[in-house]
Design a protein around this ligand. Structure first.
Ligand code: 8YV
Length: 318
């Protein structure tokens, strides 16, 4: 039986399924693997089921003397923590879990949109602090979301799921930017540049993959293009956004608010963001629902099973 390392405790269903196929070791530690542990794991296991935070960067592969490991079956759609080219150079396959994460992540985008536009986080803090003076006609007026324009940067699976929620659920107009043309089965307008989308949107949402190619794609120029009344939402990856530029835009009143599920240096969230009432901050909750995490895990296990059965894993990325 192939030896597999699962790098974090996982829902029971995932572990049961993994154990049906493999000799599984589950790391009983909820912190990311350290470089030495990653090199050790590459030498000891036939396959690894890593998660966000396990930074399989180029040096981990180049410094690994030999690798018994043949596949990293990532738990999650985003795999920017894995240097896929370096893995390939060592003959290690990488797979991910698209599809399983789409709806849950889009739901969190909607949560953040409503939290920031309708000042829900701020309102909840007010109530909990015992500072609510009672209803009045002009208290805590936010941005009316229904019927507004959402701008989406990255019209992949998650971007489309967000667009549909906005369009069909909230009657919003959708404008977007995507590297390639996307055939869509709903009304949405593709604009020529990210800045154009930023300038048109009442709410701008980023839904592109992270990594070197998209690092700081959302920067000072994009925030400058946004309207002072517009809100910014990030459910993608922290490094897609120049966090310092976002903080400056918020502090200068260049934009009205932000809703964030991801950060440049997780779990570090800048104090400047925590200090602002018009910012909603979530702890990377994108896929945090039991059935979603089960589906992600089962998908990762299926990638492992297929790989070791000599089939092409359904979600191979390299
Ligand atoms: C996951 C995510 O929870 O799927 C992704 O890419 O961002 C998350 O919601 C995380 O990646 C788990 O490894």
């Amino acid at each position: 039986m192939k030896r597999i390392l699962v790098t974090r405790p996982m829902p029971d269903r995932v572990l049961e399924e993994a154990r049906r196929h493999f000799d599984v070791e589950i790391r009983d530690d909820n912190t990311p693997l350290k470089p030495g542990q990653m090199r050790g794991a590459l030498a000891l296991y036939d396959g690894i089921l890593p998660t966000l935070g396990d930074m399989f960067q180029a040096d981990v592969f180049t410094e690994a003397e030999n690798s018994r490991c043949r596949i990293l079956a990532n738990f999650g759609v985003g795999y920017n923590h894995i240097d896929v080219a370096a893995a390939r150079a060592m003959g290690i396959a990488v797979s991910n879990t698209p599809g399983a994460v789409t709806d849950a992540t889009a739901d969190i985008a909607m949560t953040l949109m409503l939290m920031t536009a309708r000042r829900a986080g701020e309102g909840e803090r007010l109530v909990r602090a015992g500072k609510w003076p009672g209803w009045n006609p002009t208290q805590m007026l936010g941005l009316h979301v229904s019927g507004k324009t959402v701008g989406i940067i990255g019209m992949g699976r998650i971007g489309q799921a967000i667009a549909k929620r906005c369009h069909f659920g909230f009657g919003m107009s959708v404008v977007y930017h995507n590297r390639s043309a996307k055939p869509l089965d709903f009304d949405a307008r593709q604009l020529g540049s990210i800045e154009e989308v930023a300038a048109t949107a009442d709410i701008l949402v980023v839904a592109v993959p992270g990594g070197a190619e998209t690092r700081h794609l959302i920067n000072a120029e994009v925030f400058a293009a946004m309207r002072p009344t517009a809100h910014f939402i990030n459910i993608a990856r922290g490094d897609v956004v120049d966090e310092a530029a976002l903080i400056a835009a918020l502090q200068e009143g260049g934009i009205a608010g932000a809703g964030l599920d991801v950060y440049e240096r997780e779990p570090i969230v800048p104090d400047a963001l925590k200090a602002m009432e018009n910012v909603a901050l979530l702890p990377h909750l994108g896929t945090a629902a039991l059935e979603v995490r089960e589906a992600m895990g089962l998908m990762a296990v299926e990638n492992l099973r297929a790989f070791f059965a000599g089939e092409t894993p359904p979600n191979l990325v390299n």
